[in-house]
Design a protein around this ligand. Structure first.
Ligand SMILES: Nc1ncnc2c1ncn2[C@@H]1O[C@H](COP(=O)(O)OP(=O)(O)O)[C@@H](O)[C@H]1O
Ligand SMILES: [Mg+2]
Length: 238
């Protein structure tokens, strides 16, 4: 399990997330919700080691990783699909996948590539195509696939459904459910409250860098005031 303990992080003098305490249980889907600028991406990128910790602790399993490098975190099993995908547009689909597995031995690379292509057969038809020429949905699949190439035990996806067609969103969520069935722990940032309530086991709601609610999706679904607040946040951020 991943545990954030009173974690504050940010950029220079600016604190983006303040004293966030959050447990992300193994084998479950946890969703981070909140309006634009609430600190969702900062939280994810801090867990991945790309945003500076100001105080507090990050623990993964038995290990404290608060000061670990991004690479050490990848080796510990943490992978991130960043907002905007950040693929290498001039590299092919295959090359993008290979890059994702660079910290693992070559044998696991082949095995992982087979798994990714089983999960997203569409990528298999486009292995030699440049990533930049893929549709938005295919790019999201490739970005998830690239993250899976590092054999993660925790997969974090920022803005999973943003800008995607409903059909592609369904495909991506089917893949996420399949990964969960296989035991992967998943943390998503999802702008659609409805989707988050449907797919996530647990929710954590951020407002201006502070946690304002966390608990199971079932509990959230029975809390009309919270649902109204979440829907309001969405409008605010649109
Ligand atoms: N690279 C950065 N440098 C300075 N401030 C940033 C940077 N990225 C994000 N922020 C600020 O941190 C806060 C949280 O942003 P972010 O984590 O991106 O929110 P969200 O993902 O919930 O929209 C915002 O006030 C934002 O302006
Ligand atoms: Mg964001």
């Amino acid at each position: 399990m991943l545990r954030l303990e009173s974690l504050s992080c940010g950029y220079g003098d600016m604190t983006a997330v303040q004293e966030l305490t959050l447990d992300i249980p193994d084998g479950k889907i946890t969703a981070l919700l909140g309006a634009n600028g609430a600190g969702k991406s900062s939280t994810i990128m801090c867990i991945a080691g790309h945003v500076a910790v100001k105080c507090g602790k990050v623990e993964y399993g038995e290990k404290e990783i608060t000061n670990a490098s991004p690479m050490e975190r990848v080796r510990a099993g943490i992978a991130v699909v960043p907002e905007g995908r950040r693929l290498f547009p001039s590299l092919t689909v295959r090359e993008n996948l290979i890059v994702g597995g660079y910290c693992r031995p070559r044998e696991s690379g082949r095995r992982n590539m087979d798994r990714v292509l089983d999960l997203f057969p569409r990528l298999g038809d486009r292995l030699k195509q440049q990533a930049g020429s893929l549709s938005g949905g295919e790019q999201q699949m490739l970005s998830i696939g690239r993250a899976l190439m590092s054999s993660p035990t925790l997969l974090m996806i920022d803005e999973l459904s943003l800008g995607l067609m409903p059909k592609v969103i369904d495909l991506c969520y089917e893949a996420i459910s399949e990964l969960k069935r296989k035991g992967l722990t998943i943390l998503i940032v999802e702008q659609s409250t409805k989707l988050a309530l449907e797919v996530a086991d647990r929710l954590c709601v951020l407002e201006s860098g502070n946690e304002v609610w966390q608990g199971t999706s079932d509990k959230a679904g029975k809390n009309p005031a919270l649902i109204d607040k979440l829907l309001g946040m969405k409008e605010e951020s649109d």
